[in-house]
Design a protein around this ligand. Structure first.
Ligand code: SF4
Length: 238
């Protein structure tokens, strides 16, 4: 049985390895760091999981699976295990894998040899927390993939996403937990409106903060409604 993830936009998380090195301001309050430090572990040591590496093989019901919620799929320290993890994905076409990275420059050299235009069951995404990291979107758009997405979480400032050609899905969310940096809902409204204008699926996960409201950090109603769109279409960027 897969454990239901508390992350609203996925069904389950899968961590073939864990541990990571911080790369940008969005990492400042990384929940993996908090979790590891609580147990006296060094979060910067990247280790292969002894117990969960093959978990998706045992999940018969199709799921959206967020891969590497406690690391980064493309982190250099995991190069030795990634081929084996791609094999797990290849063997489970009934699942949809959501692979989100802050290291988009490492994607192309680390795709499987038969990636071609992308695998149907893999969505590739980048995190963009402020306008300064919009370059990650441009790298993503240059990579062949059936589905591409942006996670603007924790959203730390207003972002003009500019062209959304080749982008199928955008997620927003405010930071949560101790020291959470505040998010202005107008930043979210602006991203929502950019998505609506360009026909891109938009998902708002949470407002963030330190209080739970209706089951999420800070609540998630924006202008009296939830924004839960998922990508419906896939296309190969010409
Ligand atoms: S890339 Fe992700 S997992 Fe790695 S330190 Fe940053 S927030 Fe944490």
């Amino acid at each position: 049985m897969a454990e239901k993830s508390l992350i609203e936009w996925t069904d389950a998380t899968w961590n073939p390895w864990h541990g990571c090195i911080k790369v940008s301001p969005g990492c400042k309050h990384c929940y993996m760091y908090r979790g590891k430090l609580r147990y006296g572990k060094d979060p910067r040591i990247v280790s292969r999981s002894r117990t969960t590496f093959y978990d998706p093989l045992g999940w018969n019901k199709p799921r959206h699976i967020f891969a590497c919620s406690w690391s980064d799929w493309f982190i250099e320290e995991a190069d030795q295990w990634r081929d084996e993890a791609w094999e797990v994905i290849r063997s489970t076409p009934h699942h949809t894998y959501q692979i989100l990275t802050k290291r988009p420059d490492r994607v192309i050299p680390n795709l499987p040899h038969d990636w071609n235009g992308g695998w149907q069951n893999v969505w590739l995404g980048v995190s963009i927390e402020t306008q300064n990291y919009l370059f990650r979107k441009e790298i993503l758009r240059s990579i062949s993939s059936m589905t591409r997405f942006i996670s603007a979480e924790p959203l730390l400032g207003p972002i003009d996403l500019q062209s959304l050609d080749g982008i199928h899905w955008v997620i927003t969310g405010g930071e949560s937990g101790p020291g959470a940096r505040p998010m202005n809902l107008d930043w979210v409204r602006s991203i929502r409106d950019q998505c609506l204008k360009h026909g891109v699926a938009f998902f708002h996960k949470q407002h963030g903060g330190t209080k739970m409201t209706d089951g999420t950090w800070g609540g998630r109603l924006l202008d009296n409604q939830q924004w839960n769109a998922m990508p419906q279409t896939s296309s190969i960027l010409e």
